[in-house]
Design a protein around this ligand. Structure first.
Ligand code: HEC
Length: 113
Protein backbone atom coordinates (compact mmCIF):
# COMPACT_ATOMS: atom_id res chain seq x y z
CA UNK A 1 0.00 0.00 0.00
CA UNK A 2 2.78 2.36 0.99
CA UNK A 3 4.64 1.51 -2.23
CA UNK A 4 1.61 2.39 -4.30
CA UNK A 5 1.37 5.75 -2.54
CA UNK A 6 5.02 6.54 -3.32
CA UNK A 7 4.50 5.63 -6.97
CA UNK A 8 1.47 7.94 -7.21
CA UNK A 9 3.42 10.78 -5.59
CA UNK A 10 6.32 10.33 -8.01
CA UNK A 11 3.96 10.40 -10.97
CA UNK A 12 2.34 13.59 -9.68
CA UNK A 13 5.74 15.27 -9.29
CA UNK A 14 6.80 14.25 -12.80
CA UNK A 15 3.57 15.68 -14.22
CA UNK A 16 3.85 19.03 -12.43
CA UNK A 17 7.54 19.55 -13.23
CA UNK A 18 6.96 18.83 -16.90
CA UNK A 19 9.26 15.81 -17.16
CA UNK A 20 6.77 13.92 -19.25
CA UNK A 21 4.79 16.35 -21.34
CA UNK A 22 1.49 15.10 -22.68
CA UNK A 23 -1.01 17.11 -24.70
CA UNK A 24 -4.67 16.12 -24.32
CA UNK A 25 -5.77 17.56 -27.68
CA UNK A 26 -8.46 15.30 -29.13
CA UNK A 27 -9.28 15.61 -32.83
CA UNK A 28 -12.82 15.44 -34.17
CA UNK A 29 -13.39 12.12 -35.97
CA UNK A 30 -12.76 12.58 -39.68
CA UNK A 31 -10.51 15.63 -39.26
CA UNK A 32 -7.95 15.97 -42.04
CA UNK A 33 -4.23 16.13 -41.28
CA UNK A 34 -4.25 19.81 -42.13
CA UNK A 35 -7.10 20.52 -39.69
CA UNK A 36 -5.34 18.65 -36.90
CA UNK A 37 -2.10 20.44 -37.69
CA UNK A 38 -3.61 23.92 -37.57
CA UNK A 39 -5.35 23.12 -34.27
CA UNK A 40 -2.67 21.25 -32.37
CA UNK A 41 0.76 21.68 -33.96
CA UNK A 42 1.12 25.06 -35.68
CA UNK A 43 2.06 26.95 -32.48
CA UNK A 44 5.33 25.03 -32.30
CA UNK A 45 5.83 23.99 -35.94
CA UNK A 46 5.71 27.05 -38.13
CA UNK A 47 5.54 26.50 -41.90
CA UNK A 48 8.48 28.00 -43.79
CA UNK A 49 9.34 28.07 -47.52
CA UNK A 50 6.57 25.59 -48.33
CA UNK A 51 7.62 22.90 -45.89
CA UNK A 52 7.21 22.45 -42.13
CA UNK A 53 9.43 19.55 -41.09
CA UNK A 54 13.00 18.50 -41.76
CA UNK A 55 12.98 14.87 -40.70
CA UNK A 56 15.87 12.47 -41.12
CA UNK A 57 15.20 9.84 -43.83
CA UNK A 58 15.06 6.90 -41.41
CA UNK A 59 12.19 8.58 -39.51
CA UNK A 60 10.32 9.86 -42.56
CA UNK A 61 7.63 7.17 -42.76
CA UNK A 62 4.05 7.05 -41.47
CA UNK A 63 4.74 4.31 -38.92
CA UNK A 64 7.63 6.10 -37.17
CA UNK A 65 5.90 9.48 -37.30
CA UNK A 66 2.74 7.99 -35.75
CA UNK A 67 4.83 6.71 -32.85
CA UNK A 68 6.57 10.08 -32.37
CA UNK A 69 3.23 11.92 -32.40
CA UNK A 70 1.39 9.60 -30.02
CA UNK A 71 4.27 8.95 -27.61
CA UNK A 72 6.27 12.20 -27.90
CA UNK A 73 10.03 12.58 -28.34
CA UNK A 74 12.31 14.72 -26.15
CA UNK A 75 10.75 18.20 -26.33
CA UNK A 76 7.95 17.09 -28.61
CA UNK A 77 4.83 16.46 -26.45
CA UNK A 78 2.91 13.17 -26.65
CA UNK A 79 -0.57 13.27 -28.18
CA UNK A 80 -2.16 10.08 -26.81
CA UNK A 81 -5.65 11.12 -27.94
CA UNK A 82 -4.74 11.31 -31.63
CA UNK A 83 -5.43 7.76 -32.76
CA UNK A 84 -6.53 5.58 -35.65
CA UNK A 85 -7.52 7.33 -38.88
CA UNK A 86 -6.67 10.77 -37.46
CA UNK A 87 -3.20 9.61 -36.42
CA UNK A 88 -2.59 8.29 -39.93
CA UNK A 89 -3.95 11.53 -41.42
CA UNK A 90 -1.66 13.80 -39.37
CA UNK A 91 1.34 11.51 -40.01
CA UNK A 92 0.71 11.63 -43.77
CA UNK A 93 0.35 15.43 -43.55
CA UNK A 94 3.72 15.68 -41.75
CA UNK A 95 5.31 13.50 -44.44
CA UNK A 96 3.80 15.64 -47.20
CA UNK A 97 5.22 18.77 -45.55
CA UNK A 98 8.65 17.29 -44.95
CA UNK A 99 11.52 19.15 -46.58
CA UNK A 100 12.67 17.39 -49.75
CA UNK A 101 16.27 16.28 -49.60
CA UNK A 102 17.63 18.91 -51.96
CA UNK A 103 21.20 18.76 -50.70
CA UNK A 104 21.67 15.12 -51.70
CA UNK A 105 20.21 15.76 -55.14
CA UNK A 106 22.49 18.78 -55.59
CA UNK A 107 25.55 16.85 -54.47
CA UNK A 108 24.74 14.05 -56.91
CA UNK A 109 24.35 16.58 -59.72
CA UNK A 110 27.67 18.22 -58.85
CA UNK A 111 29.46 14.89 -58.69
CA UNK A 112 28.35 13.97 -62.20
CA UNK A 113 29.59 17.24 -63.71
C1 HEC B 1 4.70 22.49 -27.41
C2 HEC B 1 5.29 22.53 -28.71
C3 HEC B 1 4.96 21.43 -29.71
C4 HEC B 1 3.72 21.06 -30.16
C5 HEC B 1 2.37 21.56 -29.73
C6 HEC B 1 3.98 20.05 -31.17
N1 HEC B 1 5.31 19.83 -31.31
FE1 HEC B 1 6.20 18.52 -32.58
N2 HEC B 1 8.01 18.95 -31.81
C7 HEC B 1 8.26 19.98 -30.91
C8 HEC B 1 9.70 20.10 -30.73
C9 HEC B 1 10.37 21.12 -29.84
C10 HEC B 1 10.28 19.14 -31.57
C11 HEC B 1 11.75 18.91 -31.89
C12 HEC B 1 12.61 18.54 -30.80
C13 HEC B 1 12.43 17.14 -30.34
O1 HEC B 1 12.44 16.20 -31.16
O2 HEC B 1 12.30 16.97 -29.14
C14 HEC B 1 9.20 18.41 -32.20
C15 HEC B 1 9.38 17.36 -33.07
C16 HEC B 1 8.39 16.82 -33.87
C17 HEC B 1 8.58 15.77 -34.82
C18 HEC B 1 9.85 15.01 -35.08
C19 HEC B 1 10.76 15.69 -36.02
C20 HEC B 1 12.06 14.93 -36.15
O3 HEC B 1 12.85 15.36 -36.96
O4 HEC B 1 12.26 13.92 -35.48
C21 HEC B 1 7.37 15.56 -35.43
C22 HEC B 1 7.06 14.56 -36.53
C23 HEC B 1 6.43 16.46 -34.81
N3 HEC B 1 7.07 17.21 -33.87
C24 HEC B 1 5.09 16.54 -35.16
C25 HEC B 1 4.15 17.27 -34.45
C26 HEC B 1 2.73 17.19 -34.71
C27 HEC B 1 2.09 16.38 -35.80
C28 HEC B 1 2.13 17.99 -33.78
C29 HEC B 1 0.64 18.23 -33.59
C30 HEC B 1 -0.19 17.08 -33.41
C31 HEC B 1 3.18 18.57 -32.96
N4 HEC B 1 4.38 18.11 -33.39
C32 HEC B 1 2.97 19.44 -31.91
C33 HEC B 1 7.32 20.75 -30.27
C34 HEC B 1 5.95 20.66 -30.43
Amino acid sequence: MRRLYMLTAATAIAATTGCSVSNDFTPVAGNTGEEIFSNACIDCHEPQDGYIFDISPEKANVETLSTIISKGEMLMPAFPNIQGAELTAISEFVLAKNKPEETEVNEAAEASE
